[in-house]
Design a protein around this ligand. Structure first.
Ligand code: KIV
Ligand code: ZN
Length: 393
């Protein structure tokens, strides 16, 4: 028997949405100014704690969008991204400072591959981290720092840079799995190690930011929470570079459905998930795959006879979440060649046709013939079928 815990008994996990920054960086996913404002409004309404609204130095358009989102935000913290230089950080602050609750997020690549790009020695990079985080903290009380490619950074150097960032005033330390390389056991262990080894770690919040190159972003994010992270960075529909980022709807629903083994709460109103998923798909032009967890067209759809029969008797037989919990009105019973007699009877009853057993037998044969020809049999097809069916009873 599952134990349920009240929200107050659970630790809160902060949801940081980066659909408008990391999501929009996905090739081809550019959104217009008004679309960004609309999505930010939906995220705010849904209870997202922190919205990463963009990368203000990247373009005039990004700067305007972040500033406008900052001015309009009601409850969410508004965050902007900045590289580790004063110009980026100043520009970011100019955009986010309008928010009731602004945050500056600054980052630098700390792994050997990433250190080679600006050609900095370890000591030079350490100094750069100190200077840029201190500069950000002088502007804003809420500063997040990320060692990009943290999961491929040498452990000692990662600890050293995290300690410097904390001492310089970072209030959140984000540990990005930039290339989706880590695995769940390692993800949990990395956060645990940082909390145990780095002086000052207990004063700040650790965040997890996972990419989905090996399809493990959701598992890695949840494992990081097990290890002590209390902020998950994610995007709607998992939109993001390459294979995407952790999908917000997946981590939020996993924590809701499996609170028995992961006793953490979020402030997300899950009944708003389906609507925002559809809006992000529409404005980004990235359609949601049919079998996508939580928000895919088939996530609450059943075609096979055994499943449909089970669902009609007790929805929990084949569903671990209620469709209403994610903003759908009902389970979708799809009529096709795998459907059984019970589903056909139920569907026809909903369409206003009461059938005796013999009549159902006859209609069922003709339904199967039709289903063999068509992928899906729609309500109109069933009505047409009934019109041409004689009543043998
Ligand atoms: O994936 C990544 O490393 C990032 C950082 C900028 C946080 O998106
Ligand atoms: Zn990222």
């Amino acid at each position: 028997m599952r134990q349920t815990m009240s929200t107050s008994q659970k630790d809160k996990v902060v949801i940081f949405d980066t659909t408008l920054r990391d999501g929009e960086q996905s090739p081809g996913a550019t959104m217009s100014h008004s679309e960004k404002l609309e999505i930010a409004g939906l995220l705010d309404d849904m209870g997202v704690d922190i919205i990463e609204a963009g990368f203000p130095i990247a373009s005039e358009g990004d700067f305007r969008a972040v500033s406008e989102i900052a001015k309009n935000a009601r409850n969410s913290v508004i965050c902007g991204l900045a590289r580790a230089n004063f110009g980026d950080i100043d520009r970011c602050w100019e955009a986010v400072k309008h928010a009731k609750q602004p945050r500056i997020h600054t980052f630098i690549g700390t792994s050997p591959l990433h250190r080679a790009i600006p050609n900095l020695t370890m000591d030079e990079m350490a100094e750069r981290i100190h200077d840029t985080v201190s500069h950000a903290r002088n502007l804003c009380d809420n500063v997040q720092w990320s060692p990009m490619d943290a999961t491929r950074t040498e452990e000692d150097y990662l600890c050293r840079t995290v300690e410097i960032a904390i001492k310089a005033g970072a209030t959140t330390i984000n540990i990005p799995d930039t290339v989706g390389y880590t695995a769940p056991v390692e993800s949990a262990e990395l956060i645990r190690m940082l909390i145990n080894k780095v002086p000052g770690a207990d004063e700040i919040v650790f965040a997890t930011h996972c990419h989905n190159d090996l399809g493990m972003a959701t598992a890695n994010s949840l494992a990081a929470v097990e290890g002590g992270a209390r902020q998950i960075e994610c995007t709607i529909n998992g939109l993001g570079e390459r294979a995407g980022n952790t999908a917000l709807e997946e981590v939020v629903m996993a924590l809701k459905v499996r609170g028995d083994i992961m006793p953490f709460s979020t402030g997300i109103d899950t009944t708003k998930l389906m609507n925002i998923s559809r809006r992000v798909a529409a404005v980004s032009g990235f359609a949601v795959q049919y079998n996508k967890a939580i928000v895919g067209k088939n996530a609450f759809a059943h075609e096979s006879g055994i499943h449909q029969d089970g669902m009609l008797k007790n929805a929990e037989t084949f569903e671990i979440m209620r469709p209403e919990d994610v903003g759908l009105t009902e389970t979708n019973i799809v009529m096709g060649k795998h459907s059984g007699r019970a589903a056909l009877r139920s569907k026809l009853e909903n369409l206003g046709f009461e059938l005796g057993d013999n009549q159902l037998k006859d209609v069922f044969v003709r339904f199967k013939e039709l289903a063999d020809r068509k992928k899906e049999v729609f309500d109109d097809d069933l009505v047409a079928l009934m019109r041409t069916t004689s009543d043998p009873e």
